[in-house]
Design a protein around this ligand. Structure first.
Ligand SMILES: [Zn+2]
Length: 401
């Protein structure tokens, strides 16, 4: 095997295998398992004898995370006709649903998740590359194996409305809950009207969300076979050129597209070892322009999040020292695993590909195919991450290739 692990052609071959040969990879479905065995075999070929599997059960589309709370709040709303005790219960269910949607929108754990039916088995894959000498740092590189559905709400003409629609989706059950409680406490006509308007809003949300579930899953070449390819390339390189003082973990997470469930599983299992770790998440890096995200919009106006300051400074410094890579910082409309990390007080930074229009390229569209991936971008993202690792590892370790 060639030792040019980070060459664009080698990285593109991984994307092709995952997105073309295997194709769409719904989490918990056989195709995602095929992708995971591709990753495991590639890692074994690279010399990793231990590939850890971290199994868990999950739901296979984010529709559960958005439809369940709206359905619960609307069903509860019928209790409002039973007088004050019914209104209290309805109010509580609606507020819980609103809280759930708020948390889901920022990639945090979802209180209603135990209610979802049809859970499926999947797993994270994890390998560790120990430092050659005394370990001073630990860095986790992250890329998810699953792919999302084609969604009308992400179509080029529609996507600008995502933050507005998701904000309303969070606001309706919260307003409804407050209005139901106000009615129980003897509130006047305003409470009645707010309750009706918010119930109508939830009904419209429910219709849109159900319609958005009807298309098939996308090949996920950019999202996120490119990330898996970057991790495999870096794995090959680092296996042969381990860092002096930095232990590197490669985390191939499942179930990102349904609410970052794989990342939460990783933190549940190993969070106690990762309090001081740095996380670099790769998202959709098959674009000419590569950036580190300085501010993540998430999906609503209320749920934006940021990388930690230290990671941001680290990326800025690396970008300054490596102008040849042309990587810059910028805010993005995106929600991903750094949201899960930051919500639980871990560090986290996202490397991202920026499409021609400034959005994620072919985001949740059937056009997310291998033919539309810019392999040079994957190489640049991987080389930037390597430059960050070398920067962190210190001046004694002058890796180059
Ligand atoms: Zn993704």
């Amino acid at each position: 095997m060639s030792h040019n692990y980070l060459a664009a052609d080698n990285l593109a071959a991984h994307v092709k295998a995952l997105a073309n040969t295997i194709g769409p990879r719904p989490t918990g479905h056989p195709a995602e398992a095929l992708a995971q065995s591709y990753v495991r075999h590639t890692l074994q070929d690279l010399g990793f004898s231990q590939v850890e599997e971290m199994p868990f059960a999950t739901w296979d589309t984010w529709g559960y995370t958005t439809i369940t709370p709206n359905a619960l709040a609307l069903t509860g709303s019928a209790l409002g006709r039973l007088g004050a005790p019914g209104q209290m219960l309805s109010g509580a269910l609606s507020l819980l649903s609103g809280l759930h949607l708020y948390r889901a929108s920022s990639c945090n754990r979802q209180p209603l998740a135990p209610l979802y039916p049809n859970k499926k088995e999947t797993k994270n894959l994890l390998v560790r590359i120990p430092a050659q000498g005394q370990r001073l740092h630990r860095v986790v590189l992250v890329g998810h194996t699953d792919s999302n559905k084609h969604r009308q709400t992400f179509a080029p003409a529609m996507k600008r409305f995502i933050p507005l629609l998701d904000s309303l989706n969070i606001a309706f059950p919260l307003v409804h809950g407050a209005a139901q409680l106000a009615q129980a406490l003897g509130g006047g006509k305003t409470a009645v009207w707010l309750s009706r308007i918010s119930a109508a809003g939830m009904l419209v949300s429910l219709g849109l969300l159900a319609a958005d579930e009807r298309a098939g899953y996308v090949a996920g070449a950019n999202d996120n076979a490119t990330a898996v390819a970057a991790l495999l390339g870096l794995g090959g390189y680092l296996k042969n050129n381990p860092l002096q003082h930095t232990e590197v973990w490669l985390a191939f997470t499942a179930a990102e597209e349904v609410g970052c469930v794989g990342m939460h599983k990783l933190l549940d299992e190993y969070g106690h070892l990762l309090n001081d770790a740095f996380f670099i998440d790769f998202e959709m890096v098959g674009c000419r322009e590569i950036a580190y995200v300085t501010q993540h919009s998430s999906f609503s106006y209320f749920t934006s999040y940021r990388p930690d300051r230290e990671s941001l400074r680290w990326a800025e410094r690396t970008a300054q020292r490596h102008p040849e890579l042309g990587v810059t910082g910028r805010p993005m409309i995106i929600g991903e695993e750094v949201g899960a990390l930051r919500g639980r007080d871990y560090r986290g930074l996202c490397l991202v590909g920026v499409g021609e229009d400034g959005w994620l390229a072919n985001w949740h569209q059937y056009s997310d195919e291998f033919a539309h991936v810019e392999a040079a971008g994957i190489e640049r993202a991987a080389r930037f991450a390597l430059a960050m690792l070398e920067e962190l590892d210190g001046p004694t370790n002058q890796l180059s290739n």
